[in-house]
Design a binder for this molecule. Structure first.
Ligand SMILES: O=C(O)CCC(=O)C(=O)O
Length: 285
């Protein structure tokens, strides 16, 4: 695919980093993505799908994540960054893997609309790799610096994997939404340790290449394992929470330390597709 023909403007109205404040709301594409939108994913490396989840689904996920946060299960990836800063210290809270702690999240990989999008992007048989949650507390929530997920995963064919990022409230340029570098999915770049954290790595990106993806609760952003992405600080008065699930094609060939779960198709899917409505019903008040 010739990346030199990717137009500068995103066709769905997402703004480029550095554009004026109060940008037009990003609108993404409707479910199910059309063939040309799948082709755009392969050209750019990402796809913003609007309204993939219903408000009750998002509410149930939010409630379940709050339960895990209240139980003290999330760790602060920046806990050693600035020990003298006290309560105002920047924080980037994470729990990974997430599904061992949540039957609802464990069923999310079987959500029929999720599987339909991932199948359209990667083909079959599909496998599941991992899931996690990120919470940026209000006011002091620190963005996650530029990186490619493949740099963490350390193997496999990155073009055969896709992450799904799901904000559990609207995600804006104020509360720390996702930024991506269109077309970065074919080229691994060098990463270095993020000096703020024992666990994070980061890459250097020219901000002019970045696109800010603003999303409404219920939307999902799909992006390839080598897409350069980052989130912004949370400058709002509410926490910003997002969960991320990673899927791959069975031919992904991960390094030995990873265990793929699946396939999420064939006979397993017959039982699997019942998992989401059942878990949602059990989790709903
Ligand atoms: O939600 C965030 O702040 C970071 C998400 C991220 O970097 C990822 O899902 O790989």
């Amino acid at each position: 695919m010739n990346l030199t023909h990717i137009p500068d403007e995103h066709p769905h109205g997402q703004r480029r980093e550095g554009a004026a404040e109060n940008p037009a709301r990003a609108d993404g594409v409707a479910f199910p993505p059309a063939a040309r939108e799948v082709a755009a994913f392969h050209a750019r490396g990402f796809l913003h799908v609007r309204g993939l989840f219903t408000p009750p689904e998002i509410a149930a996920l939010r409630q379940d994540i709050l339960r895990l946060q209240d139980a003290g299960l999330l760790i602060d990836l920046l806990k050693d960054a600035d020990p003298d800063a006290g309560a105002a210290r920047p924080a980037n809270l994470q729990l990974c893997p997430l599904s061992p702690h949540s039957a609802l999240v464990a069923a999310l990989r079987w959500h029929p609309r999720v599987l339909a999008v991932v199948r359209a992007l990667l083909g079959e048989p599909l496998m599941f790799l991992l899931d996690q949650v990120f919470i940026k507390p209000s006011g002091r929530g620190a963005g996650t610096d530029w990186h490619q997920d493949h740099a963490y995963f350390g193997g496999g064919d990155p073009l055969l994997g896709v992450g799904m990022w799901v904000p559990l409230q609207d995600a804006t340029h104020v509360n720390g939404t996702m930024k991506v570098v269109p077309g970065s999915h074919r080229q691994p770049v060098e990463h270095h340790r993020d000096p703020r954290s024992e666990l994070l790595i980061r890459a250097t990106v020219d901000p002019a290449r970045a696109q800010v993806i603003e999303m409404q609760a219920g939307d999902a952003l799909f992006f390839g394992f080598n897409v350069l992405h980052a989130t912004q600080d949370n400058r709002s008065s509410e926490p910003r929470t997002a969960i991320a699930l990673h899927f791959c094609h069975q031919h992904y060939a991960p390094p030995a330390q990873w265990t793929l779960v699946g396939p999420l198709s064939g006979t397993a899917a017959v039982a699997g597709t019942a998992a989401w409505p059942r878990a949602l019903e059990a989790a709903s008040p």
